[in-house]
Structures are given as structure tokens and as C-alpha cells.
Design a binder for this molecule. Sequence first.
Ligand code: ARG
Length: 465
Amino acid sequence: MRAAGKGRFRQRPDPVAEKFSRSVHFDRRLAHHDLEGSRAHAAVLAKAGILSRKEAAAIRKGLDRIEAEISRGKFRWKDSLEDVHMNIEAALTARIAAGAKLHTGRSRNDQVATDLRLWIRETIRGDEKAVCGLQRALLGLADRNAEVILPGYTHLQRAQPVFLAHHLLAYVEMLERDKGRLRDAARRADVLPLGSGALAGSTLGLDRNVARKFLGFREVTANSMDAVSDRDFLVEYLAAVALGGVHLSRLAEDLILFSSSEFGFLKFGEAFTTGSSLMPQKRNPDMAELVRGKSGRLTGHLVSLLTLLKGLPLTYNRDLQEDKEAVFDAADTWRSSLEVMAAAVASVQVDAGACLYAASAPELLATDVADALVRTGIPFRRAHQLVGAAVRAAEEKGTRMDRLERGDWPELNEREWREVSAVLQGVSPSARLRKALVARDAVVGAPAPGQVRFQLRRWAKILRS
Ligand code: ARG
């Protein structure tokens, strides 16, 4: 923003240029952080003797009033003032003469970098809570269905039986890593750029630590040129969020598959599904589909910002203004996806019978049979062949593996046959499956009853706080 005939310029900006470059319609989202940064800067200027105590107090009061107006929706944002920083400064100066001193030793370059770091700190705090919310929903669903056994899949082919709780806790693990990445991004963003000026600090002997303490940053940036052009912290946030979105998308995909008639393992609550305008019978998992779809946006925003940064010479370039819409949209998309997934997961009803039925095919225990042969001393590769031959024999006879007889395993001796029978025969499918899962209890991280119970308790404790 500039007035005609003042300072360097004789001409006002062309309206097309003005419209093209303005950002107030989206960067006003930083208003609260911008005001906080200005309060901190006023304290720095007061300490340097550039503002008298009276002037500093007047500025603080003016900023408070502007803040109240913004909160009440009463503040008059002006497009002609380009961005959030100019809008607030102009409003302040119109009310308080000393407002014209506030921009001493400060540039919008260190100002916007500061605002963004304050914003990301607050945003990540909220994100962490939202991630915990989804973890709790998953844990709740796992707890309510702690005994449910279903097939685990590789290549989307039934592979080995697992507890549903184990499957769900896999996502709790992923989300915990997401939280770790968010915290990590927040920690590296916790450095204050204010005081770096446009790119080279100032001649006014400003004590940056005053602002650091005021705003609660861990330290101040060590290089003014880096400070005004660095957006790595936003890249890190977008990377964490893009991967988080991928996790949500995979969860959505599992739930969509499992809720299809082909699987029939579960149903979303009606409130999280939609009907078809044409087909009266439909109950579509739209929320999960949207979460899966929106994750593409998150990946896109990460790529946008990386591309934006890659050709920039030091230091500040106006290109950087393009960072905001990407991170704001990513933050909103990520947060709402977490929230809707938490609610949708909490609404899920599991069909334990359908899960058990799918897991009961004896072929899912083929590896367990091979393990049993290994215990008799047969090398695993050989055991694999023997069991593979039995599976084939069952297929050719049109029967199931557990209905094969002694004669169908011609190469086994008595002891080996007994081991095989012990895994496959004589009990109900659910007892057989349970036994197979119990047999894994010594392996840390396996889908065994003791292991899963331990993990359920561990997560309950972690997520309680
Ligand atoms: N709206 C600008 C941005 O978001 C603020 C900084 C403008 N600085 C400048 N030298 N034009 O990047």
C-alpha cells in the first residue's frame, strides 16, 4: 500500500496490480498473532528508549482495542491496505500518534515470519489434541471389540488371522508418529525472527530477547537473512500433515472396504453415511471417502510450498506470500479430517460373526501348520512345501485343509502328523483361531491375546492424559 506523491513513489499502484497482490482476505487470519508480535515489538522499542513509557502504554491500549474489534467482527478491514500488517498499523496510527513509531526497526518481512511461527505453534497444539481424539476413538472401537478376530491381509488376500483390535492399533501407532513429527516441527519453529528487520537487523540496538521472552520463544534466530526468508518450519508442518493425511486415507480405505457388502465386517453409523439419490438401498461411506480424497490436497500443498521455495534467492521475495493459503488450507483440511474420522470411527458397529467367518478358513493357518512341522525339526522351506502340497490336495479334492486325512499327508511320520492335527483339527473354528493367536503370545508386537491386551492398556494410559 502506498499513497500517491509520498516517499519514493509518484504513482499509485495500478488497480490490477493492487488486486493481484493483496492478501488481507486470507492473512487476516494472522491478526491475533500480528497484534501479539506488535505488543512484543513495542516492549523492545520501549526498552531501547525509542518509545516513552506513555507512548508504549498508548500503543498497547490501541492494540487491545483493535483486537477487541476484530474479535467482535467490528474491525473495518480495507482491501486497499493490502495485508493484515498494514491494516492493523494504519488503524493504530489513525487513533494514536505514537503508532507511527511502531514500525521502527521492523519490517513486514520479520513481522510475517514471526506471525507465522506464532500461528503454527497454536495450530500444532490444537492438532495434537485432534490426533489424540482420533486415537481415542480407535482405541474405544478396539476395546469394545477386543475379542473380534478377522483375517489380516497382504496383497488384499486373506493371509493370517488377527484381532481387529490389533488392526486398529496399527493406526494408533501411525498417528502417534504423526504427533511426534508435529511436535518436532513445532520445536524447530520455536525460534523468534523478530528483530531481523527487512534482512539486516537495525542500527537501533534493539534487545531481541525482550520480544523473545514476551512471546515465549525458546531462542532468537542467529542469522537475519535466513530468518526473513526461512519457511522450512511450514514445509515441515506440511510434510507432517501430508503424511498424516496419507494415514487417514489408508484408514478410510480399510473402513470403506470393510463396510462393503463384499467384506461386511462393519457398518458406519447412519449419521456418517449418505444415501443415493437414485438407488434407494445405498448406504455410502462418504465421510471416509472425502477424507481419502482430501488427503490429496495435503500432499499437493506440500509440493506447492517446496516448489515455491526452490528457486528463491536470499532473502525475502514476494513469492513467499503464497505460503499462507497452502498452509491454512492444509491446516483446516487436516483438522476437519481428524475430527470427522474420530466421530465416524466412534459410530462403527462391528459384525463379529462375519469377521470370524472370514477368518475361519483353515488355510489362514497354513503358516501355523508349517511352524508346527518346524518344531519337529523339519527345515522351514521343506515344511512350506509339504503344507503347500496339502493345500493343493484339498483344492483338488474339493475339500478344506482341515478335512484332509492322514493319507493326504503321505510324507509325514506319526509325530509330524500329530503336530499338524493339533493345529487344524478337533475344535470349533473360533477355538482353533484363538489357539493360533495364543501361540503367538511370546512374540512382542504380535496379534496375540496377551500382547493385544497389553497394548490396549498401554494406549489407554497414554491417551488418558
Ligand atoms: N504480505 C506479505 C507476505 O505475506 C508480507 C511481507 C511483505 N513484505 C514486502 N517486502 N513486501 O509475505
